[in-house]
Ligand binder design. Structure first.
Ligand SMILES: [Zn+2]
Length: 97
């Protein structure tokens, strides 16, 4: 087996001419945008929504979101993305990241 000149994407079988961060352009884009790689349930959405409703200031919101990250086992970025896409109307309180 000769060594292939092109390296496959780390995420999918594609062998693009150019790898970005070890991934093809398509996978890289998904990685940046945050694909649905975490299992979100209606209950998680509900808890997230409640946190936004309960929190009266950004420190409180940040603390509550940190707890949810631990409970959901998702990175903070995923939680932020979720709340930004789902609860824009409730995100007037900005978090401290
Ligand atoms: Zn790929």
């Amino acid at each position: 087996m000769p060594t292939p000149k092109l390296v496959a994407c780390a995420t999918c079988p594609a062998v693009p001419a150019k790898l970005i961060g070890g991934q093809c352009a398509s996978c890289r884009m998904k990685a940046i945008r945050g694909p649905a790689k975490y299992q979100w349930t209606a209950d998680m959405d509900d808890q997230l929504r409640q946190v936004y409703r309960r929190s009266t200031n950004r420190l409180e919101l940040t603390a509550e979101l940190t707890k949810l990250c631990t409970a959901f086992r998702v990175p903070r970025t995923a939680l932020s993305n979720r709340s930004n896409t789902r609860f824009e109307q409730l995100s007037s309180v900005q978090t401290v990241d």
